[in-house]
Design a protein around this ligand. Structure first.
Ligand SMILES: NC(=O)c1ccc[n+]([C@@H]2O[C@H](COP(=O)([O-])OP(=O)(O)OC[C@H]3O[C@@H](n4cnc5c(N)ncnc54)[C@H](O)[C@@H]3O)[C@@H](O)[C@H]2O)c1
Length: 243
């Protein structure tokens, strides 16, 4: 694994699930990590468990001012090296059942949250001489999935914004890539019925869910110098579902 010794990272939605696994692996590799989340208890508990290298910062990714505070908290630990726009929401719902509030909720958290995160972090990356951004999208942004029109819209936007930002930021030595997980075993899947999840697994060529540790290893690769010639890339990790 690449060394992240004394490097500083900010992970949105880092209190549980995929973000939690990223925080654990970064800290294990020597990094300092700020986890930002609306889940205060879970975030504080994780930070306490990971020790001095990890701090929790309350962060609602839809709030511009909260992003400024999160970036400042990260810079208090040292020059910022990376940002993971990992926070996300997903409520399965047919198009006809999706009302404006549900649609806007997905767009605000998944899409606007990612935009605000990138915009807040860029000045910090300029101060540190560059950096890496990983935006958490989904395989729904490579194809789609049933009952997910709002989620699909927001994750295609994340994929598109990643490419727009990568082009815009390349001369500032800031790389921006998107990750596209298939079904991964986290609390997010509990919004679907057990039957729906079993059906979903049968559609995966590997016939299993991915783990949060597998996705975290990919995120760390994209944050590290090992991926120094990658920007604007969309990387699927989905048990072969992209085949
Ligand atoms: N689990 C999967 O199968 C899967 C597949 C593809 C993509 N993803 C994406 O991976 C990311 C992480 O998902 P997960 O599976 O760990 O789900 P999760 O629900 O376990 O974690 C999501 C985290 O985001 C946080 N969050 C939600 N709204 C927020 C807000 N407004 N501000 C700050 N934090 C907020 C939650 O509190 C939670 O800690 C999401 O973007 C999700 O869309 C997950």
């Amino acid at each position: 694994m690449a060394s992240f010794k004394d490097q500083v990272f900010l992970i949105s939605g880092g209190a549980r699930g995929l973000g939690e696994a990223q925080a654990r692996q970064l800290v294990a590799a020597g990094a300092k990590v700020v986890i930002g989340d609306v889940l205060v208890d879970a975030g504080q508990q994780l930070a306490a468990e990971l020790g001095a290298a990890c701090v929790f910062q309350p962060l609602d990714v839809t709030e511009e001012a909260a992003w400024a505070e999160a970036v400042a908290r990260a810079e208090a630990l040292g020059p910022l090296n990376g940002l993971v726009n990992n926070a996300g929401v997903y409520t399965p719902m047919s198009m006809l059942d999706t009302d404006t509030a549900q649609f806007e909720r997905h767009i605000r958290v998944n899409q606007l949250g990612t935009f605000l995160g990138m915009r807040a972090a860029v000045p910090a990356f300029e101060r540190s001489g560059g950096g890496a951004i990983v935006n958490m999208s989904s395989t729904v942004a490579l194809r789609s999935a049933p009952n997910s029109i709002a989620y699909t819209a927001s994750k295609w936007a994340v994929r598109g914004m990643t490419k727009a930002a990568a082009l815009e930021l390349v001369d500032r030595h800031i790389r921006v890539n998107s990750v596209h997980p298939g079904p991964i075993d986290t609390d997010m899947l509990s919004v679907r019925s057990r039957e729906d999840n079993l059906r979903r697994v049968q559609q995966v060529p590997m016939k299993r869910l991915g783990t949060k540790e597998e996705i975290a290893r990919l995120v760390l690769f994209l944050l590290s110098e090992d991926s120094s010639y990658m920007t604007g890339s969309e990387v699927a990790m989905d048990g072969g579902a992209a085949l």
